[in-house]
Design a protein around this ligand. Structure first.
Ligand code: SF4
Ligand code: FES
Length: 224
């Protein structure tokens, strides 16, 4: 994938933008479409803080619950608020995919928080997650792509990606220690083979993803 796919689509928000700035910008716009912020303030705060992280990384407020493709045209459809692109779907659900926005007539948005899975088209896409120089051999890095929580590592120049969530008690595997091809959970030491996600514990393997380097970037393949 070229660098062009990784460039921000546009820059609308200055450095130092806060959640309140996003709210002030978005509220009048979504109101014209018949939406408002979810009534669950804590949830709204969480989503907006994810958007601010994404803004810092990419230069725009891409949706935190969906996967960027690297194609600027496609990705323009998931800049928040993306409501104009999905009027029919959101009207039927009375919320946006993430639940950040709900229809104006919904009084209690508590049941409308959380992500609704988009139907998968089965199309694999390579998502750039960092530069090759960002990950040295033997290091592990935490990567979030939409809802996918991933531990990415490099061993002998090869890249391996697996779920970041330990199957024992949800420990963060990206904070674990590598021993050869084995990644040890930092909480209670369960070991996962980064090549295939297997562990010694029954029925506790984790998902793996294809990862590789191209044009100086590390890419993880996801199916959307
Ligand atoms: S689904 Fe909701 S939170 Fe995500 S970009 Fe669209 S409006 Fe924003
Ligand atoms: S949470 Fe990972 S070993 Fe316990």
């Amino acid at each position: 994938m070229s660098d062009a796919g990784n460039r921000p689509i546009r820059k609308r928000f200055a450095e130092g933008t806060t959640a309140d700035d996003l709210k002030a910008y978005m509220a009048p716009f979504v109101a014209t479409l018949g939406y408002k912020f979810n009534t669950e303030d804590d949830f709204v705060g969480e989503v907006l803080s994810s958007e601010l992280e994404i803004l810092e990384q990419t230069g725009d407020v891409f949706c935190p619950c969906r996967i960027r493709t690297g194609d600027p045209k496609e990705d323009a459809k998931i800049v928040c608020p993306c409501i104009p692109f999905y009027l029919k779907q959101f009207a039927a659900m009375r919320k946006c995919w993430c639940g950040l926005f709900i229809r104006i007539d919904v009084e209690d948005g508590a049941e409308l928080i959380g992500v609704i899975e988009e139907p998968e088209s089965g199309v694999p896409i390579d998502v750039p997650v960092c530069r090759v120089g960002d990950l040295a051999d033997g290091q592990v890095r935490h990567v979030k792509i939409g809802k996918q929580d991933i531990a990415l590592t490099r061993i002998g120049g090869e890249y391996f990606a697996l779920s970041n969530i330990c199957r024992h008690a949800f420990g963060p595997l990206a904070d674990g220690v590598l021993d050869g091809y084995y990644l040890m959970c930092p909480w209670h030491g369960w070991r996962y083979d980064v090549r295939d996600g297997t562990t010694d514990h029954p029925d506790a393997d984790v998902k793996t993803y294809h990862a590789h380097a191209s044009d100086g970037e590390v890419l993880i393949t996801l199916t959307v």
